[in-house]
Every structure is written in C-alpha cells, then in structure tokens.
Design a protein around this ligand. Structure first.
Ligand code: FNR
Length: 373
C-alpha cells in the first residue's frame, strides 16, 4: 500500500483537494474602515495564495458587532461585507481554489472601545483575562483586560442565531464552507474551559454543559450548510489569550466524540507547540500533540496546524497522524507555498512586524519563487 503524501488528493466533504497544503486562517487587519468590508487589496492577497484544488481557510471574521477585539478585521454580518467577501471568493474560484470562512466571536478578548456603545465585552462569565496578558484599545493604548459581562441565559440563543445568520451570509458570499473558531481563547473556547466558564445554567458546570455552546453553534452552521461543508477548529493544549484547561483530556475527548457524530467536513487542531504564534516566536518543547492524542477518537478528515515545515508535514501525513496540514506564517511570506514545498524550493522568511495592519507591504508584495532573481 502506498501511503498518502502532502501531494496526494484528499476528499473533504464534497470537495476533491489536489494537495494537502491548506492555508490556515490568518487575521491580517487590513479590511476597509469603518465598514469592515474586504477590499481589493484583500482580494489580491487571497488570489495570490489560491491553487487549483487547494484549500484556503479565510481569516477569522466576527459574526456580529460585539465579536471584535481588533481593528480592521473583516466582518460577515452586513450586506456590504458579504459583497466584499464575494469578490475574494470569486477570485479564489477563478484559480480553482476552495475557500472556507472562519466564523469568529472574540468574547472577552476585546475591549469596550471596540464594542457597540462602548459596552463591556461579553463572555460566558465575568472573569477577566489575567493581567499578564494585555489588551489593546481601539486607539492603540495597551491596558489590562476589562472584566467582561456574563451573557444572560436568555441571550445565548441570540448568539447562536448570530452564528446561523453569519453562516447564511457566508453561503450568500459564495464560500465553499465554514469553519467554527473554537480555539485560541475566544468565545467558543471560553465556554469550553472551566477557568473562563463559571456558569451554573445548562451552559456551564459539567463537561457536557460546557461543550453545549460549541455543539449548538456547530449545529446552526450545519442547518445552513449541511455537515459535510462545516469544519471545527480546536486548540486543546493552547494557552493563547489566557486560555488553558488544567486537564484537557476529559473535556476534549467528550467534545471530539460529540463532534464525530455529526459527519463534519473536518476537524482542525492547532498543535500546542505553536500556541500564541500570532504574538511571538514560540516553539514549546515537550508538549503533547493534539493530532496524535485525539486521532483515535475522530473518524473523519483531520487537519493539523502549528509549526509545520514541509518535512514534518510530509511525515505527519505519511504516519497517518493528519490528513492535511494548514500552514500559517510561511503561507504569509510564500504565496506559492504549495509549489515551493512540492519542488523543494527555499522559503522566503516572514516579517512579523507586518502581520497585523497596514497595506501591501508584508501582505501582497511577497514574491513567488519564479519572480525572484
Ligand atoms: C494566526 N492564527 C489564527 N488562528 C485562527 O484560528 N484564526 C485566525 O484568524 C488566526 N490569525 C492569525 C494571524 C497571524 C498573523 C498568525 C501568525 C496566526 C493561528 C494560525 O492559524 C496558526 O494556527 C499558527 O500560526 C500556527 O501555524 P504556523 O504559523 O506555525 O504554520
């Protein structure tokens, strides 16, 4: 039997991928302001990274106005945002690419300066992010995180509806599917983990209750898309944004098993060695591997991300730990990453200073291999 490689085809839901080098969701903070609509610069960026039969997971996009914690992040809740995203999707489709949108709500990883009416951010419970983490306000000041306002039980169905409407909007924009952002310390993960969820209603307490919000959000997306065009991203051992479950195995085993019943397009793990990669160069050693630990509980397609190189991606696939690998930072600086990995071409290093915000520099000006002298 021949083992699959990074460049063998893969079926994801109804889509036939031609290779397994996916683009990870990457916040770049370059949408139009104040509309938070994707603009021609964003179209060009995604088109540069599209390949025939290649999967792009577009950057995390808030489902509602309370879901932001950063400036110039594109939304998916107004008609203009849908129209802006349609231009991105059409450009990716013209190159034969497949593009999912990541649906986001930051919960407590926000500041009142980003909130409608200057209200406090909302979260499962009124527990602030510890003060070793800092928030940045809308006008760029570094401050402690505020204590968020706990959502009333009666508000939770409205939040689920916001995800449902955003899933509909993504469908209207022409996307091929949606991914639920259940990772990195944001709202869905705040519900999952006991340090951020002190609720005493049906959304808190037991593991079953803490997983409920994730399952209801996922089900809302399934109602719109069908299960085989919905993915879920989790970071069981992540420590981003003050997250982290003391004993992740029971919680995440329950979540993965429950998700496995749904027939999703894929499950997407962030490997813990690169938790926090958005903020600093990290490569934690001696940490567990999410894909290795949870693979036995998952019968569908598994995407892994976090600190992969061409070689480690190839071996993760050959050893059966994952079916596809999502690349973040090196996809930023190598628009033709699938081809470079395939041919063994050298990679252009990325410049962290231009990750978040700005214009074309560090965004659409990274050359393809063949354009380099
Ligand atoms: C990220 N990451 C991220 N994750 C996510 O689920 N949604 C997002 O929108 C973002 N945004 C984001 C922006 C930037 C600039 C970075 C560097 C990271 C995490 C990302 O998808 C990926 O998991 C990590 O970057 C680790 O993978 P690499 O970079 O080691 O391949």
């Amino acid at each position: 039997m021949k083992f699959p490689s990074l460049f063998s085809p893969l079926q994801i839901g109804p889509y036939q991928l031609r290779h397994r080098v996916a683009m990870a969701p990457l916040t770049r903070m370059r949408a139009a302001r104040p509309s938070l609509v994707p603009r021609p610069l964003n179209v060009e960026y995604y088109a540069q990274r599209a390949t025939a039969g290649g999967l792009i997971i577009a950057e995390a996009s808030p489902v509602v106005a309370t879901g932001f914690g950063n400036p110039a992040v594109p939304g998916i809740y107004t008609e203009a945002q849908v129209a802006g995203w349609r231009e991105v999707v059409d450009a990716v489709h013209r190159k034969g690419g497949i593009i999912f949108l990541q649906l986001w709500h930051v919960g407590r990883v926000s500041h009142s300066s980003f909130q409608p009416g200057g209200a406090l951010p909302v979260a499962p419970s009124a527990v602030p992010i510890p003060s070793e983490f800092k928030a940045m306000t809308a006008d760029g000041k570094v401050v402690d995180y505020e204590t968020p306002r706990a959502l009333e039980t009666s508000e939770i169905p409205l939040m689920i509806e916001a995800y449902r409407q955003a899933a509909k909007n993504a469908l209207a924009a022409g996307f091929d599917g949606v991914e639920i952002h259940g990772a990195n310390g944001y709202l869905v993960e705040q519900f999952l983990q006991s340090r951020s969820n002190l609720r005493t209603d049906q959304y808190g307490g037991s593991i079953e209750n803490r997983v409920r919000f994730l399952l209801e959000v996922t089900q809302a997306a399934i109602d719109v898309w069908g299960a085989n065009r919905v993915g879920v991203r989790l970071s069981p051992y992540g420590i981003a944004n003050g997250s982290g479950e003391a004993d992740p195995m029971p919680l995440y085993s329950h979540a993965v098993k429950a998700l496995d019943q749904l027939g999703l397009a894929y499950l997407h793990f962030i490997e813990p060695r690169s938790s926090g990669a958005g903020r600093a160069e990290v490569n934690w050693q001696d940490v567990p591997s999410a894909m290795v630990l949870y693979r036995p509980l998952w019968s569908g397609v598994l995407i892994a991300a976090g600190g992969f190189t061409g070689e480690t991606a190839e071996s993760a696939i050959a050893e059966g730990h994952a079916d596809a690998i999502a690349f973040g930072r090196i996809f930023i600086s190598n628009p033709d990453l699938p081809r470079r990995l395939h041919r063994g071409y050298p990679l252009t290093p990325y410049n962290r200073k231009t990750f978040y915000g700005g214009e074309e520099v560090g965004y659409t000006d990274y050359p393809e291999h063949d354009e380099m002298a």
